[in-house]
Design a protein around this ligand. Structure first.
Ligand code: UDP
Ligand code: MG
Length: 309
């Protein structure tokens, strides 16, 4: 069987030698399979591409897809999948060895048992910071409460996809690609393999909390329209209260006349409901912005160079 290892790379020159050594060591434990590497250079500005080119020169099973600029991990994965879907299965790994290459063994084992999707489940995230674990936990809880299809908790992008699962992901045409959601959407026989998330071996993380927040928003809006519909129910509720209140105000006026007062309650109501309206507008804006990106139909990424492909 031919198995492709898909690894997105953005400024990973520090970690690439370790990555190569360790994956090679694991790959050699499975001599009956043919492995190929698909490195996607996501617009690195350091020596990553040069190193990849050297590797590709020495090993014909190293393929490199170099994008024209940094498009983000999701786009890089999509670019790699187009090439990787030619193999029998594709395994997605992070370059920084946070997803240990040892996972390849149980992944391939499960694939042979007939699973189409095998995801790595982070059983132990003690290597991640407390804040990161907390925010990740909140995200999965919130996402699963809203989305129609549950995401397995603490499963990252690290996974094996059979060819048909990879092809199915490629069929999805959206521009805003929340890959975890897409992998999850396609279904097929799925299982998880628990593992301990390692520390980044070298180099720096490419994410800050603002980016993670936006990524979370993208994931939510891509997978659920509940935040939009919520305002309908909110509107019904408020109108119900308003009606009851109106009846009460009218009755009071008829019974006792109208000594003008109520500045405080008026102010509170105006401020509160302007807030609510702005929030609901904001939610609509989130979706509208995404519709805008979709209708523009721009390509997900542009390829600068392909090596050994
Ligand atoms: N990555 C990428 N493009 C980006 C950012 C990240 O291809 O714009 C790759 C990066 O090289 C690594 C993987 O995505 O292989 C995960 O990135 P990172 O380790 O920085 O994320 P973290 O593990 O901190 O969430
Ligand atoms: Mg990492």
């Amino acid at each position: 069987m031919k198995i492709a290892l898909l690894i997105p790379m953005y400024n990973e020159e520090a970690v690439l030698p370790f990555l190569w050594q360790e994956t090679q060591a694991v790959v050699q434990k499975l001599p009956q399979e043919t492995f190929e590497y698909i490195f996607v250079n996501d617009g690195s500005t350091d020596g990553t591409l040069a190193q990849l080119k050297t590797l590709a020169g020495q090993h014909p099973n190293v393929k490199v897809i170099s994008l024209s600029r940094n498009f983000g991990k999701e786009a890089a994965l999509s670019a790699g999948l187009t090439e990787a879907a030619k193999a029998d299965a594709v395994i997605i790994l992070d370059a920084d060895l946070q997803d240990p290459p040892d996972l390849i063994l149980p992944f391939v084992q499960k694939f042979k048992e007939g699973f189409d999707v095998v995801y790595g489940q982070r059983a132990d995230r003690s290597q991640d910071s407390f804040a990161k674990r907390l925010t990740a936990r909140c995200f999965y809880k919130f996402y699963n409460a809203l989305a129609s299809r549950r995401l397995p908790e603490n499963a990252g992008d690290c996974r094996l996809l059979s060819r048909r699962a990879a092809e199915a992901v490629l069929l999805l045409p959206e521009r805003e690609r929340f890959m975890k959601g897409l992998f999850n959407w396609v279904g097929f026989r799925t299982t998880g393999v628990p593992f301990t998330r390692q520390k980044r071996r070298a180099g720096k993380t490419k994410w800050n909390y603002w980016q993670l927040w936006n990524f979370a928003l993208e994931g939510l809006t891509a997978s659920s329209t509940l935040p939009l519909r919520l305002w309908t129910y909110c509107g019904f509720l408020v109108s119900g209260f308003a009606f009851v209140y109106a009846v009460w105000v009218a009755a009071k006026k008829m019974l006792y006349g109208n000594p003008v007062s109520g500045y405080a309650s008026l102010m509170v109501a105006i401020l509160f409901f302007s807030g609510v309206q702005l929030i609901s507008l904001g939610v609509i804006g989130e979706y509208l912005g995404r519709v805008f990106t979709e209708v523009k139909q721009r390509p997900l990424y542009l390829i600068d160079e392909k090596i050994n492909c």
